[in-house]
Design a protein around this ligand. Structure first.
Ligand code: ZN
Length: 328
C-alpha cells in the first residue's frame, strides 16, 4: 500500500437529519489479496427482493473486487450484487450480510440512477460503478484509504486512483458508511447514490481547484432532477433563511462547503444549478460545468466563462439568481 493523498473535500451533501455529508478523495489503491470472495446466497426479505430489480447475487472474481475484498474480508464474508447499468461491465454492490437491506436499495437504484445521469451528462463515462457498503467505522476508513476515522456525519464518499486530467480515471468506487442505512431513508440513500455517481461520471472532466458551487451544485442537481421535489424539501436551510429575508449575497465560496454551515452552501449551490437549468436548459448547464470544472478559477476567469457560455456576466448571473431566490 502506498500513502493516501487527500484530494480535497469536493463532494458533500447534507440533508434530513444533518447526515448526508460526503467527501471525495483520491487514493492509491493496492492491488493485492488473492483470497476468494465468499458469496453466500442471501434470502432477502420479500419486500426487499421486489426492490432488487435486475440485480443478481454473484460469486465472482471480477477484477474490480480485488481492490476491496482484501480490505473487507477481515470484517466478514462478502456478497456482491451485480446490476446491468450500461453497455459495458455490470455495476457491483458489495457488502456484508448486516448491510443487505441498504445494498438491495442501492442495487435497485443503480440502473435508473445511471440512466438519469447519462441523460444529463451524456454517454462519455463508464456507466458502471463499484458501490461498497462498510460495516463499521474502521472498514469505512480503510475503504477510503483514510488514515483516521471519518466524522459520523459522512454518509458516503467517492474515491479514485490518482489520475491525470484528460485520462480515464481508474479505481473509482462509491463507499457508503455503516450508518447510512440506519440514518437515511431509502429515498435518502438513492439521492446520495445519485450525487456520488455524478462525481464518478464527471471525474475525468473535473480538476482540483474548480469552484465547489459548480461541482457540488451540479452533483446535487443531478441527484434531484428526476424527483422534482419541492424547493423547500430539497433546500430546507436555505428556505428558512429566505423566509426571514436572508438572501445569499453571492455564490458560496469553497470554504463554505466545510464546517458547521455546509448544509446552506450545498443548498445554495444546488439552487444556482437548478436556476441555470431552468433558465438556460440542461445542455448549457453541462457546458458550463465542463468549462468551470476544467481548472482552477479566479473570479475573472469565472466571469469570462459565464460570458462565453451564458452570454451574461457573473454579477448579472448572481443578481438574477438572487432575484429568483427572493421570489421563493
Ligand atoms: Zn459531492
Amino acid at each position: 500500500m502506498r500513502g493516501l493523498r487527500r484530494f480535497r473535500r469536493w463532494c458533500g451533501a447534507r440533508r434530513r437529519g444533518q447526515f448526508a455529508l460526503t467527501v471525495g478523495m483520491v487514493t492509491m489503491l493496492t492491488g493485492t489479496c488473492g483470497a476468494l470472495l465468499v458469496a453466500p446466497n442471501w434470502v432477502l426479505p420479500k419486500n426487499r427482493a421486489d426492490q432488487l430489480g435486475s440485480a443478481q447475487h454473484v460469486a465472482t472474481d471480477d477484477p474490480r473486487l480485488t481492490a476491496v475484498r482484501g480490505i473487507m474480508e477481515p470484517f466478514g464474508e462478502l456478497t456482491a450484487l451485480r446490476v446491468a447499468t450500461g453497455d459495458g461491465p455490470e455495476s457491483l454492490v458489495v457488502g456484508h450480510s448486516g448491510q443487505r437491506a441498504e445494498m438491495a436499495v442501492l442495487a435497485a437504484e443503480l440502473a435508473p440512477a445511471t440512466a438519469s445521469i447519462t441523460e444529463l451528462w451524456g454517454t462519455g463515462w463508464a456507466r458502471s460503478a463499484l458501490v461498497v457498503v462498510a460495516s463499521n467505522a474502521s472498514e469505512f476508513a480503510a475503504l477510503l484509504r483514510s488514515g483516521s476515522l471519518l466524522a459520523r456525519e459522512v454518509a458516503a464518499a467517492s474515491v479514485a486512483d490518482p489520475f491525470t486530467h484528460g485520462t480515464t480515471p481508474t479505481g473509482q468506487r462509491v463507499v457508503f458508511s455503516p450508518d447510512a442505512g440506519r440514518r437515511l431513508s431509502p429515498d435518502g440513500l438513492r439521492t446520495v447514490l445519485r450525487h456520488e455517481l455524478t462525481h464518478i461520471a464527471t471525474r475525468a472532466d473535473t480538476v482540483d481547484g474548480a469552484p465547489q458551487w459548480m461541482l457540488e451544485g451540479f452533483a446535487e442537481y443531478a441527484a434531484q432532477r428526476a424527483q422534482r421535489l419541492p424547493f423547500a424539501e430539497i433546500a430546507p436551510t436555505l428556505t428558512a433563511r429566505l423566509r426571514t429575508g436572508d438572501v445569499p449575497a453571492d455564490l458560496p465560496a469553497d470554504s463554505a462547503f466545510t464546517g458547521s454551515d455546509a448544509a446552506a452552501a450545498y443548498e445554495q449551490a444546488w439552487s444556482a444549478c437548478a436556476f441555470l437549468a431552468e433558465t438556460y436548459g440542461e445542455p448549457r448547464l453541462v457546458q458550463l460545468y465542463r468549462r468551470l470544472a476544467a481548472g482552477a478559477q479566479t473570479p475573472d476567469t469565472e466571469d469570462r466563462i459565464l460570458r462565453e457560455v451564458l452570454h451574461t456576466s457573473r454579477p448579472d448571473f448572481v443578481r438574477a439568481w438572487r432575484g429568483r431566490l427572493s421570489a421563493h
